[in-house]
Ligand binder design. Structure first.
Ligand code: PMP
Length: 314
């Protein structure tokens, strides 16, 4: 993706395509094609949406020097927005509920962003309400990742195109992705529409069917950060004809993540979830030569103080 900015920040910044590599957990197992999104500049796939959303806003004059970008996210999106804001030369504020792991707060501050906490009891809704309140002030820009179509467009125009260029023979049988905001899945769905492969959404089991139905955000899995544990209202199957879903036990997702780490893939829990689902999709396709694609969204260092590393505490 070329990134050209006008005015005092005139430069072109090219974001390299992330590698697409075949990954096998053991000899004799089918290889799954994995997109190494943890190799993006700030360590997650969210660099794509941060750049795309901020660049578009800049080009259209909705974001200008001196402005402040404000997002309600405790996760990878805030880290990526902090970096993209620093590169453009605008300020960034992350609003998040108290109690977020320190790794994330430190990364946001290292990229020059500020962090504001909202009461833990108010959850992500409290953070979103605070962002909307702050966003009424002049000189602010709200990316609103949960409701912004540009989130999915970033993946349609970059992630999907890269995979189609990279995969041998240009042939893809199935694409598998977890759902947080749904941006990755919806973008891949539309990006692969002409390829004619299957699209599979992954949910973390146990599925929380009674979760808080909030159109602005998802009900997140307790053990797989960033991934929804129920079918989101915004991205129901009937909006995406032919979309299949798979559920993966969160225990299996975490065990798979630890296996991937030992194979040399320094990934977070949602990568284990995606990989486990991709193997199941490959099994169901029933053809050894089937080419199944999934993504490794972020890096393991974000989870040092979480359950993922619990067994390794002395
Ligand atoms: N994995 C991780 C670690 C995430 O933070 C997210 C996004 N919150 C996802 C997966 C899902 O991506 P998306 O928001 O595009 O559905």
């Amino acid at each position: 993706m070329d990134w050209e900015l006008p005015g005092s920040h005139r430069y072109v910044h090219r974001m390299a395509a992330t590698p697409l590599v075949p990954v096998q957990l053991a000899a004799g197992e089918p290889a799954i094609w994995c997109k190494l999104e943890f190799l993006n500049p700030s360590g997650s796939t969210k660099d794509r949406i941060a750049r795309y959303i901020l660049e578009k806003a800049w080009r259209q004059g909705r974001l200008q020097t001196g402005d402040r970008v404000i997002e309600a996210s405790s996760g990878s999106t805030s880290i990526a927005m902090a970096l993209a804001s620093a590169q453009i030369g605008v300020r960034f504020l992350a609003v998040m509920p108290e109690g977020v792991s320190n790794e994330r707060v430190l990364l946001i501050r290292a990229y020059g962003g500020d962090v504001r906490f909202t009461p833990k009891a108010d959850g992500i809704r409290g953070a979103i309400a605070e962002v909307e309140r702050l966003g009424r002030e002049p000189g602010t820009f709200l990316p609103r990742q949960f409701s912004n179509r540009d989130n999915a467009d970033a993946h349609r125009l970059t992630t999907a195109r890269e995979v189609i260029d990279q995969i041998p023979g240009g042939r893809v049988d199935a694409v598998v992705s977890g759902v947080g905001t749904g941006g990755t899945l919806v973008g891949l769905y539309h990006g692969f529409a002409e390829v004619g492969c299957r699209l599979i959404a992954v949910h973390a089991k146990p599925v929380n069917l009674y979760g808080d139905a909030d159109a602005e955000c998802c009900s997140y899995s307790a053990r797989i950060p960033g991934v929804a544990d129920r079918i989101s209202e915004i991205f129901r199957e009937d909006n995406l004809p032919g979309l299949l879903t798979l559920e993966v036990n969160d225990e299996v997702a975490i065990a798979t993540t630890r296996q991937l780490m030992r194979l040399g893939f320094p990934v977070g829990p949602s990568s284990g979830l995606n990989f486990a689902a991709a193997r199941e999709a490959h099994r169901r396709l029933g053809r050894p030569q089937a080419q199944v694609v999934t993504v490794f969204p972020d890096r393991m260092e974000r989870y040092f103080t979480t359950e993922l590393f619990q067994p390794y505490l002395a």
